[in-house]
Each structure stands twice: as C-alpha cells, then as structure tokens.
Design a protein around this ligand. Structure first.
Ligand code: UVW
Length: 329
C-alpha cells in the first residue's frame, strides 16, 4: 500500500495553486470556458431531461455518523392551522404566531402552506466546496485553513463558484455496465485510472478539458433497493486524481457517498482523493447523484455526453451545497 510520502509526491504533480492566479477560488471550474458552455448546449438534440438529484427527506442514506442526519422537513403552516385558527380569529389569540395566522385565515378565501428544511449540506445530492477538505493547515491555493470559521468559509466557500453556473459538457462513465456488475461495485474493487480510460474507450466517448465526469458505481441504485446506507461499495482509487488532472476535468461526481473508494489506498490517512482534488487541484466533488436513468438512456442511444446543469445554492460561506443536477440530451 502507498504511504504518505507517495501521496505527497502525487500532490506535488497535480497541485494547481497559482495556475489561475494567487487569488483564485474557482479551481478547475476555470476550465469551463464560454466555448465549453456553448459546446455543451449543442449536445441537446432530443429534449430529454434527466434530474440527477435524490429525494431530500427522511428516507435518505444518512445515519452512520451523528454529525450528519437526513434532511428534516417541517411544515410551519398547513391546512390544520387553517381549520383551527380561522375558527377563533385574531382577537382570541395571545400567541403572536397564531394571531398572525388567524388574521390571514378569517374573512377571506386566501389560504397557504409553508415549510422549512433542516439538513447538513452534505446529507444528500451535493457539491463539496473547495473548503470542505484540507490538510497541513491550508485550503486550495494556499488559503489558510483558519479562514473557515464558525461564521463560514471566507475562502473557497460554495458561494464563490456561483458565477460559473455550474454548467458544462457532462460525460458519464458507467462502471456498472462496463464490469457487468449485478447492481453495484463491491468493496475491494477500487476503480483505477486505467479502467477509466478503458470504460471511455468501450463507450466510444472522449473525456475533454472542462468536462464534468460522472462516475456510476451503482451504489445509489442499490441503496434504493435495500435502504441500507451503511453498506459501502467501491469508488475511485486515490490515484485517479492524476487521471483527472491529466484530462483537465472540471469536476467529478458519483452516485455514491464519497466518490472515492472508502478504503484509503494511502496508509495513515483517510479520503486521500478528497485531499488531492479539493485542496490540491481545486476540483469539486459531487456525491449522491442518481445516475441510473441517465445510464439506461446512454446505453440505449450510445451517447454518453450531454449538457449538464448543476448550479449550487449560494449558501454564504457554505462548505458545500445541495443540488438537483440536470442532464439534458
Ligand atoms: C467527508 O466524509 C469528510 O466528506 P464527504 O461527505 O465529502 O465524503
């Protein structure tokens, strides 16, 4: 198994610090040029739309760690309030919320429902911002790790990437189909850089600079069947960071919980691909993307490229964002 010195050697070769200037907080999203956006839009031919977001609700995959729970959806105004509060009217209520609501509900036909959601930004379909993971006290481009405070990320927050959209040419690499796997890629079979090239060749698609690459491992389809979020599957081997760097990929997303293989290939550390992508390359990771329907369509028409539109929310200082990405063919 590789050690930390191997990791640091690879980190030196993939590091993009300074490539787009010392103040850059976009990282590899810089590779998405206006020409690239136009190229991606030209891939829309049939008007087929594939939403790639999962459900944001209590049936999600979280629960293994106390610091992440599934989205909690709460109704703050609903039909029950209408029927009860309208009976009593504003004069009766000493509770200020009930008084306000009953003012809405008496003597007029207007009615409404309101709700809210409480969730870790990392709970469901998401982008990891560049500030999500770091090491040696530095974020991407050398920004100090302590610039992420309890008030949010002053550098490399998700709000910094808003100007980019995010939209580009998307390319799906379907590892499940390539390996002929039943449902998902089992643990102990990490995806190697060579395999990524083989899948692209088999699918007759080329990965080009500025692309957003989607990796299908089948994990989400399996989770949908079993509801078991604690059963990990294979992901990208940490050395795929070099592959992403060599191909000048703008971002990578997968249908699993961490894009990379849960078994670290670097002794003495955890999530080495996260460290190389987010902190050294400035390359955002997307997790829990639902790629099943898109993969079926790509297999049917043989086209593994499409326009991908996946803008994060402008969460001020957020280190990640929920997203409902859309692939359009
Ligand atoms: C961690 O588990 C820290 O990150 P992610 O949610 O990106 O896998």
């Amino acid at each position: 198994m590789a050690g930390l010195s191997d990791f640091r050697r690879v980190a030196e070769t993939v590091r993009n610090w300074g490539r787009w200037g010392d103040a850059d907080e976009l990282g590899t999203l810089n590779l998405i040029t206006p020409e690239k956006v136009a190229q991606a839009a030209a891939l829309v031919r049939d008007g087929k739309v594939f939403p790639l977001g999962v459900d944001f609700g209590s049936s999600g995959p979280q629960g293994a760690f106390q610091f992440r729970h599934n989205p909690i959806h709460v109704m703050t105004v609903d039909g029950g309030d209408v029927s009860t509060l309208a009976q009593y009217g504003p004069e009766w209520h000493r509770n200020i919320v009930a008084k306000q609501l009953s003012e809405f509900f008496v003597d007029n036909p207007f009615r409404f429902n309101d709700d809210m959601i409480v969730m870790p930004l990392q709970a469901a379909t998401q982008w990891d911002a560049l500030s999500h993971v770091y090491y040696d006290d530095q974020l991407y481009n050398g920004f100090p790790a302590n610039s992420v405070t309890s008030l949010g990320a002053y550098h490399c927050g998700i709000d910094k990437v808003d100007g980019k959209g995010i939209t580009s040419r998307g390319v799906l690499l379907d590892l499940v189909a390539y390996r002929g796997a039943d449902t998902f890629l089992p643990l102990g079979t990490p995806i190697t850089p060579d395999e990524l090239d083989e899948v692209a060749r088999a699918q007759q698609v080329t990965v080009q600079p500025g692309d957003i690459v989607l990796i299908r491992t089948g994990w989400w389809d399996r989770f949908r069947l079993t509801g078991n979020g604690a059963e990990p599957g294979a992901g990208l081997d940490w050395r795929c960071a070099s592959w992403l760097h060599e191909h000048d990929v703008a971002a990578v997303a997968a249908d699993n919980l961490m894009v990379e293989d849960p078994v670290s290939g670097v002794e003495g550390t955890y999530l080495p691909l996260h460290m190389l992508c987010l902190r050294d390359m400035g390359l955002m990771l997307g997790e829990y993307w639902d790629l099943g329907a898109l993969a079926a369509d790509c297999a049917a028409d043989g086209r593994y490229e499409f326009q991908l539109v996946a803008p994060p929310l402008r969460v001020t200082g957020g280190v990640g964002s929920p997203v409902n990405p859309i692939a359009i063919k």
